[in-house]
Design a binder for this molecule. Structure first.
Ligand code: NAP
Length: 285
């Protein structure tokens, strides 16, 4: 399936570098988008420090790409482990050029249905995990006065529908802090891009956590859940295509702050932005 990339700026033309020789730190590298990003970067000659809680499935990459692959078994919720992982990556590769804050998981249920423990848990990984990586990696990028931070957001960082309120809350949090971060880092030579895919064909749906259902939300949340369950395979973006689009952004001289991926996601984001503008036009004062 081809991918359609809708970006918030028009200056995204790749420079066409085939072998960039960059050093990457990728979280959530054992599966899905992170795994494809790792393979794509290695495939063109870059070096990758690949972090996940279970790295057994990617350990063989060390043999396929000697000296260019480092598996880091760590949990992004553990600040000390993240710091050690970044230190090991820098010791191995000498520098960091791209930091992909990709690890995350989804939670499905009405806002009221989600328990306190579930809400805190998803923020722990999707938001506080991102902050752990930023605090560990940004000193390296600032010292270099170069680098690119890729923030794992989602179409749900721009819009939401019944059932994804808490997942969206984590992605909106990442979007909000990134709106500030991009301006904080620009004078220091460090770029920031939010990656906002629509539905991608990964383990994301099978790793979803679910809230305890309340019958009043069957007409909204369970109806959405049912329709998502009926999506045809072609509704899902190939994660390898996501990785290719991300490489284009990393190669761009002036990368966008937001990279929205997939036709469905682009339509949903446009509808959401139009609705916001309507409210502003009618009610802003
Ligand atoms: N698939 C989609 O439809 C979609 C759409 C928009 C955005 N996204 C975003 O894309 C990112 C990647 O998701 P995916 O679709 O590739 O899903 P995935 O196949 O389930 O991969 C998730 C990755 O995150 C890692 N991970 C989860 N919790 C972690 C933790 N606490 N510490 C370290 N690593 C952790 C997992 O590895 P371990 O379990 O080994 O730790 C795995 O490598 C997520 O941020 C997701 O929100 C996905």
């Amino acid at each position: 399936m081809s991918i359609k990339a809708a970006t918030t700026t028009t200056e995204t033309a790749p420079t066409g570098a085939a072998t960039s020789g960059r050093s990457w730190f990728v979280t959530g590298a054992s599966s899905g988008i992170g795994r494809e990003l790792t393979l794509a970067a290695l495939g063109r000659g870059d070096r990758v420090a690949a972090a996940a809680r279970r790295v057994g499935g990617i350990a063989d990459l060390a043999e396929r790409f000697p000296g260019r692959f480092l598996a880091l078994e760590l949990d992004v919720r553990d600040e000390g482990a993240v710091r050690d992982g970044v230190d090991r990556a820098v010791a191995e590769f000498g520098r960091l050029d791209v930091v992909a804050n990709n690890a995350g998981y989804g939670l499905f249920g009405a806002v009221e249905e989600v328990s306190d423990a579930q809400a805190r848990a998803v923020f722990d990984t999707n938001v506080f995990g991102v902050l752990n990586v930023l605090r560990a990696a940004l000193p390296v990028l600032r010292a270099q006065r170069s680098g690119h931070v890729l923030q794992g957001s989602s179409v749900y960082g721009q819009t939401a529908h019944p059932g994804v309120g808490l997942l969206s809350a984590t992605k909106y949090a990442v979007e909000g802090l990134s709106d500030a971060l991009v301006a904080e880092l620009a004078p220091l030579g460090v770029k920031v891009t939010l990656i906002e895919p629509g539905y991608a064909a990964t383990s994301f749906l099978s790793n979803l956590a679910f809230a305890e259902p309340v019958a009043d939300y069957d007409v909204t949340v369970r109806a959405v859940q049912g329709s998502l369950g009926e999506l045809p395979p072609e509704a899902f973006i190939d994660p390898a295509a996501v990785a290719r689009a991300v490489l284009d952004v990393v190669d761009a001289d002036r990368p966008p702050l937001r990279l929205t991926l997939g036709g469905q996601a682009e339509g949903d984001v446009r509808a959401s932005l139009a609705a916001r503008l309507r409210d502003l036009d009618e009610w802003g004062r």
